[in-house]
Design a protein around this ligand. Structure first.
Ligand code: ARG
Length: 275
């Protein structure tokens, strides 16, 4: 074997070695690059969740608006890409990251420990507080969690409210529905006795339905129930950029302003659809 041959043989073995080393090691993080190459970020949402995401008519066109939409826009700006909203039922929102139908999910998603096992999450942007809404006429009946024993309580399918209701309204019969609008209708016509929602969502529904009210019953939240932006696992680079955006929006008070503005819009606008 001459020297040249031996040398190329060596080069080949070492490059094969390098390739396998890359292949078996952690994959290169292309989470930001992939989105920038496409020029668009697709955001998964369940837009029947005012003030975070809901549909309304803007210049005669059905448009998704809300605090989460404003956060999505700020992320798009930070990455220099267009934002595309993909609307779906809440129980499909996280799964759409695994099937690559969406790049990120912003949908008032609580970054629970369980979900953190399967997805990366940004720094939290909004605290979650659970409340129960009931018929205003029956408001006096509900003073403690035990008052829901043997009654029907609705929660949205796939949300943490399913667990909150099961664990804290123990004697109640929990009904999981895909659409929030359907839960409100069932409450209004007496098919269920109560609905568990987070505070601002409950407030928006109550403001638009004067036969409903928030019950004077305290529910506990878990310490990882705050809302965060969800990403596929392995999105370290993307998370760093999104965290930067969220920290800035929190510091400036913009997130609170987004929530307040969207709340005002949703309760004043008769065309806004919450289902
Ligand atoms: N924060 C709750 C959860 O993560 C409810 C989120 C529901 N969001 C929605 N857009 N419907 O389970």
């Amino acid at each position: 074997m001459n020297f040249k041959k031996m040398f190329s043989g060596l080069a080949l073995t070492s490059s094969v070695f390098l390739l396998t080393a890359c292949g078996t090691g952690s994959k290169e993080d292309t989470s930001v690059k992939d989105i920038q190459d496409k020029g668009t970020i697709t955001v998964a949402m369940n837009p029947e969740f005012a003030p975070f995401e809901f549909k309304t008519l803007v210049n005669g066109k059905d448009t998704i608006v809300g605090a989460d939409v404003e956060i999505a826009k700020a992320i798009g700006k930070e990455l220099g890409v267009k934002v595309n909203y993909s609307s779906m039922s809440f129980n499909n929102v996280l799964a759409s990251l695994q099937s690559k139908k969406a790049d990120i999910a912003i949908s008032g998603i609580s970054a629970t420990k369980e979900r953190q096992k399967a997805y990366d999450f940004s720094t939290p942007y909004y605290e979650s507080v659970n409340v129960v809404i009931v018929k205003k006429a029956a408001l006096d009946k509900y003073k403690s969690t035990g008052d829901f024993n043997n009654l029907s309580v609705a929660t949205q399918k796939g949300t943490i409210q399913e667990t909150v209701a099961k664990e804290q309204l123990k004697g109640a019969k929990i009904v999981s529905l895909v659409q929030n609008g359907e839960m409100i209708n069932e409450l209004k016509n007496g098919q269920v006795d109560a609905v568990v929602f987070e505070k601002p969502i409950a407030a928006a529904y109550v403001a638009k339905n004067d036969d409903l009210a928030v019950a004077d019953v305290k529910l506990k939240s878990g310490d990882s129930d705050a809302y965060a932006v969800a990403m596929p696992k392995g999105s370290k680079a993307l998370k760093a950029r999104i965290d930067k955006v969220i920290k800035k929006l929190k510091k400036s008070g913009d997130i609170d302003k987004f929530v307040q503005d969207a709340y005002n819009l949703s309760v004043s606008d008769s065309t806004s659809k919450s289902e």
